[in-house]
Design a protein around this ligand. Structure first.
Ligand SMILES: [Zn+2]
Length: 180
């Protein structure tokens, strides 16, 4: 570690202790060149992978952005903030467990879609319609059909749906939707 006083790299640790919660190690160091004293704090970096967008650019994983997208899809629906936050938490845990360095944005979208599908079909459709980037009406109707081919009924017309933008997915449209 570079000494801030004399800019040489000869420091030694003279004291090392954990903070109360055990997450941060505080170290006192001494410069062997000039005798200067410094303190460093060491903590484990949270292991969230970078998100690969559709255009190939990488960006930091941003749980706030994901929550915003979910909130927009859940506007005027009976989904609580706690349920939305739970989706994001589950997502974080899931991708941390994968231990990846990078993850495509579409994989994140799929996890959110699955969770919304269980909670609220309208929110799911809103999220999916932006995320899946439906090419035509047929694709959209295909998505509306349940696993048994039944048509899932939308309970209300909502003009706002068409103009919804999900910041975390808007430029990360995935491959063409599958035909059912
Ligand atoms: Zn020094």
């Amino acid at each position: 570690m570079k000494c801030p006083f004399c800019s040489t790299f000869n420091t030694r640790v003279i004291d090392s202790r954990l903070n109360q919660t055990g997450e941060i190690t505080r170290r006192r160091r001494e410069c062997l060149h000039c005798g200067g004293r410094l303190t460093t704090y060491e903590r484990i970096e949270e292991q969230m992978p970078a998100v690969i967008k559709k255009d190939g650019r990488r960006e930091d994983f941003n749980s706030r952005k994901i929550l915003d997208g979910i909130q927009k899809a859940c506007q005027k629906r009976e989904v609580t903030i706690a349920q939305m936050e739970q989706i994001v938490q589950d997502l974080e845990r899931k991708i941390q467990a994968m231990g990846l360095k990078e993850i495509p944005s579409r994989a994140l979208g799929q996890v959110v879609m699955k969770a919304l599908h269980r909670l609220d079909k309208v929110a799911y459709i809103r999220f999916a319609s932006v995320y899946r980037d439906f090419r035509d009406v047929e694709d959209f109707v295909a998505e509306l059909r349940g696993s048994q081919g039944e048509l899932l009924v939308l309970e209300e017309e909502d003009d706002a749906t068409e103009n919804l933008k999900f910041p975390f997915i808007e430029d990360s449209a995935p491959e063409a939707p599958k035909r059912l």
